[in-house]
Ligand binder design. Structure first.
Ligand SMILES: [Cu+2]
Length: 114
């Protein structure tokens, strides 16, 4: 009878994995989630570090949304956002940006990038 060898994780690999998971956890914690429901952003104001992302969750029944922002410093356009679809948008420039919906003109979110 031979003793079974237990698989062991190489310590360096384990360390690297811990670093990657730590970085991911820090990134996830710093990515605010904004829900789109009842034709509103909730919350209607978020803050993020420069280079960080905001996660947009379309939780509005069967409604389409369409995120965009236009400013001289930074602009983006998500295209149509189907119900249930999650969009993540990164903000590479510091400043204050208004995010709007191309379908519902009253929807408005202010993103402050530190
Ligand atoms: Cu909308």
């Amino acid at each position: 009878m031979t003793a079974r060898r237990r698989p062991r994780l190489c310590p360096a690999l384990g360390g690297a994995l811990t670093l990657v998971l730590g970085a991911w956890a820090a990134w996830a914690a710093d990515t605010p989630t904004v829900t789109q429901a009842n034709r509103k952003f909730q919350p209607q104001q978020v803050e993020v570090a420069r280079g960080g992302a905001v996660r947009f969750v379309n939780d509005d029944g069967q409604l389409l949304h369409h995120l965009y922002s236009t400013s001289p410093a930074f602009s983006f356009d998500s295209g149509e956002q189907e119900p249930g679809r999650i969009v993540e948008e990164r903000f590479p420039v510091a400043g204050t940006f208004t995010v709007l919906c191309g379908i519902h003109p009253k929807m408005r979110l202010v993103v402050t990038v530190r």
